[in-house]
Design a binder for this molecule. Sequence first.
Ligand code: F6R
Length: 613
Amino acid sequence: MCGIVGAVSAKDSIAFLLEGLSTLEYRGYDSAGLAVINHGLQRARAKGRVAELAARVEQQALSGTIGIAHTRWATHGVPAERNAHPHISAGLAVVHNGIIENYEALREQLQALGYVFTSDTDTETIAHLIQACFKGEIGEPAENLFSAVQCAVKHLTGAFALAVVSEEEPDGLVVAREGSPLMLGITEEGHYAASDASALLSVTQQMMYLENGDVARLTRDAVVVVDAVGQPVKRDIVTSHLSANAVELGEFNHYMQKEMFEQPQALGNTLEMLSGAGQLHPGIFGADAQGVFEQVDSVLILACGTSSYAGMTAKYWIEQVAGIPCNVEIASEYRYRVSVPNPNQLGVVISQSGETADTLAALQHAKTLGHTHTLAICNVPESAIVRETALRFITRAGPEIGVASTKAFTTQLSALFLLTLLLAKGKQRLLEADEKAYLDELRHLPIAVEKVLALEPSIQAWSQQFANKHHALFLGRGRHFPVALEGALKLKEISYIHAEAYPAGELKHGPLALVDAEMPVVVVAPNDEMLEKLKANMQEVSARGGQLYVFADGDSKVRSTDGVKVLAMPEHYGLLSPVLHVVSLQLLSYHVALVKGTDVDKPRNLAKSVTVE
Ligand code: F6R
């Protein structure tokens, strides 16, 4: 959510700043801005995309070796040029990721000191606060920008990653972080900062990850870091394993398309440890996993959005295969509700980004309630969530840029299935022959997903019929109900068609009233123990004129008739069937969005990685 970059370089920084912003644009895309130091402070801002900013920068003929830049997802204040970052206080400019919770009180304090605000943002407060610290109007007069920022961050409550430049100090920039990610790029010719490693790849793979509470000063030749108590610290420089082409679009039209088609590879990478393995070892979740899996008596899953649907699917698996209770809670609810803690419960957080504010806070809340057994399933190894759990499994989906999550979801499912099997082993509930059969199925999963992706032309043909609809229903039963939820979410977020998902048996308890000839009803119909019940539910829809679009396993014996369209899934896949069925729903949403002409990768009002509450 929002993206920041900064540079102190031997050469002009504009190209790096704009390229970095383009890489981070999926994090927020309602306005963008940059500031450079070149005979004073110069700034360009624009409502809309980075391309609009680039045009402004050219018009204003900006250049400079030191600069900061920002792409915004609005929290405080509407998307508008005056609310775009950088925010300025006299000759000092700030870009900011995160939310300052005490900004109203600070704003009043700063207004009383004579500071005039020109935006509705919390960020402008930071700019004036640093200025007030610099001048000694708050605290002792600061020696330099570095100590002014150290003074200012002590007054901030909330989450932030900041980059600050001042025309008083035209040889460097200062950055700080608390709660929001920030890393530095280390090169011979200069130093760089960004809120996401991908934005640094155009200049280097050598990265220094700042810790919470760190403030750092970057000049061309040096980086100085102090920790939360002002002590100089050394942070390791690590080589990022991300490759620049992992975040490039290549032959695809959209990141979502690329990421859907990367799923076989992403699953293969995530399950790589299975190649040739006759059995599973708990060590894949961490050194202490075996003891924990034997000891815990239940599971609590915490996550948001698509990741929570992965958790809901796992609930069916864990209770059926491992035989222990599993609850799934929406992180933003759990963190505030009064719950009954159980120290013998395994707390599992699922997150693609590892930075989702609600999921992180829910994890921290669980820990304060006494949950010591914590486990993260996450796609970003260096993320805050991974650093805060005792056990972890890193999915190897690669960077996910499309706002609508696809490959992160299917790889999360594969990791959760591994967890299910290991919990079952820990409880002595998994026969050797069953373990072997499940491992074979997991190994075959990439090929099975390929076959679903090959259905694209037929799914594309269906998409035309959704494009002029305003509503859609998604039905599933059992472990495919979360798949229906995920299908509805995908359709909503990228095509803006209102979609709801129900466990099919619930239809007659209310939603059936919505069904008429204008209502497409998408049904996830695997050939499992619920199929006959599901067929009865489909009859209820047909009898009311509803239009059924059924994804049925080949042997489901559901036939296309008037008002019933059936697409045969290539393989029936038992417990792992949700992984296949969801891919067909991803393709459906994608093609409906294409017909509707929406911005698939950057849907309105949304952004990737929700680092604000
Ligand atoms: C939907 C989507 C979101 C995320 C949610 C959690 O396509 O991407 O619902 O799943 O914001 O994000 P992570 O998994 O990064 O915690």
